[in-house]
Write a protein that binds this ligand. Structure first.
Ligand code: ADP
Ligand code: MG
Length: 380
């Protein structure tokens, strides 16, 4: 049994956005200190941390010092080099470790790993020439999504392609990067499942969450009874458990899934950290994903994953911001069912995640209506 890292210790986090911020808030609630490390300054996480380290992720001297100043390191951002993580791991445990990150950073390695664990994914192939693009697209039924293997998020670096497209010109913009083609999955809906695992192997997970995307960015997430058949819930639980155990992942890990018309689940991608779709756990569940991350990396008993009330979450993107000033928050602050979360980002840009709303209600449908109406009211 690994020892507990008890409250009073200092937790380090790599990455300084909203996920780090919400982690830091939960860590502080439990009496931990928090240090954040990223190349930026005056960040959403830095604003609520005890210390903000601003240095490049490959500044090994700074990483050494950071590692010495904390008792355990976790992350909110998966694109940190394995060299940097290995360097930190020499001094301080990193949860999840470099092995997990190596898989999650690259869509080809990720999908191959999932298959090697016996888990279903969308059909995929590595593409290194126009000829392979054409032949694989044919094999996948003439419709697919071309993605850069690394560095993509919120739909960046990806494009739908069909055999009728001018593939030569599409390929030109991908030829310099490692590229993957995925067969287009005609899913009936998207869901995510979040697992929690500590270094002693204790595991739990939330029930799956329904996700609705708009312009390739998560828009609305839903949680509550009746969304899934019990066999789907069990299948999703088995998937996230297999992924975490096979990768020996510690902390919180999200598996994004497609559900097909036959009810089957296919893995889209994994994120070895808290996930936007589970922000509703802050208001709707006994112990939220960020508090679970704190508990898991510190070997504390895991918290209850039980739902208190059906819930819906809507993202607040920078597009909602007026040309000057802030949206009229009094519109949503006046609604008792609505919780407002803002990330303290200085500048609103289209597509940038600035905050989210969660609605709690007697049913998921009502919660969804509340949250969509509340967000819409900000535009009036
Ligand atoms: N193979 C696919 N078939 C159908 N839709 C897809 C496929 N891959 C991605 N998408 C759609 O694009 C969204 C973003 O893709 P994803 O691979 O999750 O990238 P990101 O890292 O940007 O989240 C998915 O949530 C889904 O809606
Ligand atoms: Mg995704």
């Amino acid at each position: 049994m690994l020892k507990q890292i008890a409250p009073g210790a200092t937790l380090g986090i790599l990455g300084s956005g909203q996920l780090g911020r919400m982690f830091a808030i939960e860590a502080r609630r439990l009496g931990y200190g928090v240090h954040v490390f990223s190349p930026d300054q005056n960040t959403p996480t830095g604003a609520v941390a005890d210390r903000e380290w601003s240095a490049a992720y490959d500044d090994f001297d700074a990483l050494d010092e950071f590692a010495r100043s904390v008792d355990v390191v976790t992350l909110e951002f998966e694109n940190i080099s394995t060299e940097a993580l290995n360097r930190i791991e020499k001094k301080t445990p990193v949860r999840p470790g470099s092995k997990v990150l190596e898989v999650a950073q690259n869509r080809l390695r990720e999908k191959s790993a999932m298959q090697s664990f016996g888990l279903p994914t969308a059909p995929f192939a590595a593409i290194d020439s126009l000829e392979t693009l054409k032949s694989k697209l044919n094999e996948f039924g003439g419709k697919g999504i071309l993605k850069t293997a690394s560095w993509g998020y919120d739909g960046k670096g990806q494009q739908m392609v069909t055999s009728d497209d001018d593939l030569a010109s599409v390929w030109e913009s991908y030829a310099d990067a490692e590229t993957i083609l995925e067969g287009f999955v005609d899913f009936t809906r998207e869901l995510s499942i979040l697992g929690i695992r500590d270094a002693n192997g204790n595991f739990d997970c939330f029930d799956p969450i329904v996700n609705v995307h708009a312009n390739h960015i998560l828009d609305v997430s839903l949680a509550g009874p009746g969304l899934f058949e019990s066999k789907t819930i069990q299948a999703a639980r088995d998937i996230v458990r297999t992924v975490m155990e096979s990768l020996d992942a510690v902390g919180v890990l999200c598996v994004e899934l497609f559900q097909t018309s036959t009810g089957d689940l296919l893995i889209n991608e994994i994120a070895p950290r808290p996930h936007n779709s589970a922000h509703l756990t802050i208001d709707a569940h006994y112990c939220c994903q960020f508090a679970q991350q704190v508990r898991a990396i510190c070997n504390l008993p895991l918290g209850s994953t039980k739902l208190r009330q059906p819930a819906a979450m809507a993202n607040l993107l920078g597009d909602l911001w007026p040309a000057t000033g802030e949206p009229n928050w009094s519109k949503v602050l006046a609604v008792p069912e609505i919780k407002l979360h803002l990330y303290g980002k200085k500048e609103a840009k289209p597509g940038r995640k600035m905050g989210h709303l969660t609605a709690l209600a007697e049913s998921v449908d009502t919660a969804e209506t509340f949250v969509r109406n509340a967000r819409q009211s900000l535009l009036l």
